[in-house]
Design a protein around this ligand. Structure first.
Ligand code: AHR
Length: 521
């Protein structure tokens, strides 16, 4: 008996491969119908995040005195890389940093600004980069700015005055202060976060859901008095651990804030902690479960009120992050949370975007955490930069902003990476641009061992031509560094699909991310 038990795992695996082969005796099926629109892929799904943390700001986007910087201190090489990423929105100043930050410290002549302790990250904050620098930087990037107020140790009055400083067109003390600091016209900051991760015990000024809602309601009221056109993002759940009552947190926040907020934020970081590739890329189940739960909670909060304000989900922090969890330095310019990404992490970018796109009707904002050096696609030193593996899928998906997300039919071999429910090896999302009649098919093959053949058909017109963008590498752990950042790069090619009454065949290689751009006749 014991002997038999020893063979059991191998037998199960063997049976798994047989099932796989049997399933692949017929190709996977993907059917496209451009009428089956889920929702618009909001441009703000391709947002990013810059926090005062490690070398994200100082030594990242901003390095005074560097030969690589412009007259503002903005690193020109970094700016070009950021523009290549297609960043549509930038969140600032944190993150955890926001919960101890007083925006008044970061305005006016740089040499007169106070240096302060940053007790979120145990660092020294010079305040040489502040509100006006950030808003000018966002303008240069061409990104919508998104400011997060201090709902931890800060006050409602500070938040109200920050809106006035940024957006007031009249002649008030704070608007005149902005003018004195070099910006005559209002900045017109539209997106304001009502705090960061206030559900987390690690947060400075952490609160329970009721206390947070009481604070956020007053902050929303006061901030909207300063500018009624602003959009507000509530701090939703960031703590999805087994002991966390994240459902309860979101319920309270939505119930109490539903008349004031436009978004509820969710934060998600993932990692391949047990070195299991296929399980790592199965996390979309959890991400989509959370989306479904919060979508239901939003509906429940709004039910019975036909004029209720629409509320959407903002994933305003998401990424792979598990290797460098502590920062802990008390010094500007030392490194912190400098994750080195590999090829499988780049594939995870496709998994995240596929989940967001499949829920494009409710997920209307997402901000990768973060932009430079700190858990980021761009990595600098004083002499230059390199692009991490995750840079390339991020830049490619951003081209689909404004498209219509399509509900495609997918039937593909399935797997069970753990005791949870089975999922398809092919993780697929699709978008459609009605102006050009192009369909984008985003396909992640999460099988580590098997190529998957698929039959792709369209009921919305035959496919005339197709472009392929493919990210693949034989080594799942392949990574980049200075002078060697061409290891994991996408390849592109075109092809002419053959006869199409029943569609055309395409094989998605094992462990690859493919974006097919299909021109409909
Ligand atoms: O992005 C790094 C940190 O992760 C942020 O400061 C915080 O909001 C989250 O816990």
């Amino acid at each position: 008996m014991r002997r038999f038990l020893a063979f059991l795992p191998a037998l199960v695996l063997f049976q798994g491969s047989l099932e796989f082969l049997a399933a692949q005796s017929r190709p996977a099926v993907i059917k496209i119908d451009s009428d089956r629109v889920i929702g618009e892929v909001d441009a703000h799904l391709f947002g990013n995040f810059t926090e005062h943390l490690g070398r994200c700001i100082y030594g990242g986007i901003f390095e005074e005195g560097s030969p690589l910087a412009d007259e503002n201190g903005f690193r020109k090489d970094v700016l070009a890389a950021v523009q290549g990423l297609g960043v549509t929105m930038l969140r600032w100043p944190g993150g955890n940093f926001a919960s101890g930050y007083n925006w008044m410290d970061g305005i006016g002549p740089r040499d007169q600004r106070p240096a302060r302790r940053d007790d979120a990250w145990g660092a020294l904050e010079s305040n040489r980069f502040g509100t006006d620098e950030f808003l000018k930087y966002s303008e240069r990037v061409g990104a919508e700015p998104y400011l997060c107020i201090n709902a931890g140790l800060g006050s409602v009055d500070e938040a109200r005055k920050w809106v006035e400083y940024c957006n007031e067109p009249g002649k008030t003390y704070l608007a005149d202060l902005r003018r004195k600091n070099g910006h005559d016209k209002p900045w017109g900051v539209k997106y304001w976060g009502l705090g960061n991760e206030i559900d987390g015990p690690w947060q400075l000024g952490h609160k329970n859901a009721e206390d947070y809602a009481t604070f956020a309601l007053e902050a929303a009221k006061a901030m909207r008095r300063a500018d009624e056109s602003i959009q507000l993002i509530a701090s939703g759940s960031s703590n999805f651990g087994p002991d966390s009552d994240w459902v309860g947190w979101n319920r309270t926040v939505l119930d109490r804030l539903k008349t004031e907020i436009d978004y509820i934020s969710l934060h998600t970081y993932i990692g391949n902690r047990d070195n299991n590739f296929e399980k790592f890329l199965a996390v979309s189940r959890d991400i989509e479960d959370r989306i479904a739960v919060v979508e239901g909670q939003i509906k429940a909060a709004r039910v019975g009120n036909p004029n209720a304000r629409p509320i959407h989900i903002a994933f305003d922090e998401w990424n792979v992050w598990y290797r460098t969890l502590v920062s802990g330095e008390f010094n500007i310019g030392r490194t912190g949370l400098e994750e080195k990404y590999n090829f499988e992490d780049a594939l995870a970018m496709g998994m995240f975007f596929n989940s967001f796109i499949r829920h494009a009707d409710v997920v209307k904002m997402a901000n990768l955490a973060q932009l430079v050096n700190v858990i980021a696609p761009i990595f600098t030193n004083k002499q230059g930069l390199y692009l991490q593996t995750i840079y390339f899928p991020l830049a490619e998906y951003a081209k689909q902003r404004g498209h219509q997300s399509l509900d495609v039919f997918v039937q593909a071999p399935e797997y069970k990476p753990d005791s949870g429910r089975a999922l398809s090896y092919l993780d697929v999302s699709s978008t459609y641009d009605p102006k050009t009649r192009k369909v984008f098919l985003n396909v992640l093959n999460r099988s580590e061992k098997q190529d998957i053949a698929a039959q792709i058909s369209s009921v919305s017109g035959a496919v005339g031509s197709a472009n392929v963008w493919e990210l693949n590498h034989p080594d799942l752990k392949a990574t980049h560094t200075f002078g060697n950042d061409k290891v994991v790069r996408p390849v592109t090619r075109t092809f002419q699909p053959a006869a199409q009454d029943k569609g055309f065949g395409y094989t998605f290689p094992k462990h690859s991310l493919t974006i097919l751009t299909l021109q409909l006749n």
